[in-house]
Design a protein around this ligand. Structure first.
Ligand SMILES: Nc1ncnc2c1ncn2[C@@H]1O[C@H](COP(=O)(O)OP(=O)(O)OP(=O)(O)O)[C@@H](O)[C@H]1O
Length: 313
């Protein structure tokens, strides 16, 4: 029995059509499955909680959606040791699928799940921040970040432009347009970053810090091109103390991972990091908003989830 959690709204509703095609294939082959559709933001977490809380044996749970849906499901899974995760990417960015080398074609992704020939364990990142004196915990599979990159994610979540561009299959371009708009509003901040090995760095003008579990975020930006999601570590890219024009330039070449040795860019690998900023900045986890924060802590949990995915090495 396969259990599917489908976000019919991902890629601005295109996922609904993709699910119809997948379901046709499942029925043609008499495959036993149950499907649950998300109906609103946060529903993926609730569904995953309900479906996994009483599990006592290995179950294949398949997410059909974008990075946001994977994130919601990840945050709801109660017994990761009993889950084999499958993923059919139907979002507009699909960074998690890229990092896992999954087929972008939904039918091929389904074939891989139905006839798995390899599995991979995936590290899970944990973001902590406080809200009204309560500690909030948000897990992530791809990345978390504070500053300009998170501001772009926040805007993408409510963007009409993304919806329009998704209709003509150019959804990824929306991030470029949103970046330009957000640049005008963006204010860098003083910040202090402390790593688990005792190293501490301070920057006068931090534009953003991306904490990555794997190489791609934001629809393909390779801010940490060497990040690996099974090494028990997180990779950080911090862009600081450069003009806004240079920030844009660094982001543009970040699409190819060519920015890392340039002035104004620092990278680091660690298991745990704490970031304090002089004023609240936007924070995201896998592109989903964690609102404005001035202090976050991020940790890597090693090899927490077993996933159907091709071996990359
Ligand atoms: N039925 C629904 N209607 C509207 N929004 C939904 C529904 N179900 C889930 N959501 C929300 O849709 C948002 C976007 O989902 P998701 O990230 O999977 O797709 P995407 O934005 O197209 O892909 P990507 O993140 O890869 O660009 C998530 O924040 C999720 O909470």
């Amino acid at each position: 029995m396969y259990i599917f959690i489908v976000n019919p709204a991902s890629r601005s509703g295109h996922a609904s059509q993709i699910w119809t095609e997948i379901e046709t294939l499942l029925k043609e082959r008499n495959i036993l499955y149950r499907v649950y559709f998300t109906s609103h933001r946060g529903h993926g977490t609730k569904l995953a909680q309900q479906l996994t809380k009483d599990l006592s044996s290995r179950t294949t749970l398949i997410v059909v959606g974008g990075d946001g849906t994977v994130n919601e499901v990840l945050n709801g899974i109660e017994h990761p040791e009993h889950i084999i995760l499958g993923y059919i990417p139907t979002g507009s960015g699909n960074d998690f699928a890229k990092g896992m080398a999954l087929p972008s074609d939904p039918q091929k992704a389904l074939e891989l799940i139905l006839s798995p020939n390899s599995y991979r364990t995936v590290d899970i990142g944990v973001l902590k921040y406080s809200e009204k004196d309560t500690e909030k915990i948000r897990k992530f599979a791809v990345s978390t970040g504070i500053g300009f990159d998170a501001a772009i994610c926040h805007q993408a979540l409510v963007s009409r432009l993304k919806v329009l561009l998704n209709r003509i299959h150019l959804g990824k371009l929306s991030y470029a347009f949103i970046s330009l708009r957000e640049l005008a509003l963006h204010k860098p901040c003083r910040c202090r970053i402390s790593f688990d090995n005792g190293t501490e760095v301070t920057f006068e003008k931090l534009h953003f810090a991306a904490v990555m579990n794997q190489p791609f975020e934001g629809g393909g930006f390779r801010f940490c091109p060497n990040a690996q999601n099974n090494d028990g570590k997180l990779d950080l890219c911090m862009i600081h103390d450069v003009s806004k024009i240079k920030l844009l330039f660094l982001m543009a070449i970040g699409l190819f991972g060519w920015h890392t040795s340039l002035k104004g860019v620092d990278t680091f690998r660690c298991k745990q990091v704490q970031i304090h900023t002089s004023a609240p900045m936007p924070v995201h986890a896998d592109g989903e908003s964690a609102f404005l924060q001035d202090a976050i802590s991020v940790t890597c949990e090693q090899e927490r989830l077993l996933m159907i995915a091709p071996q990359t090495t």
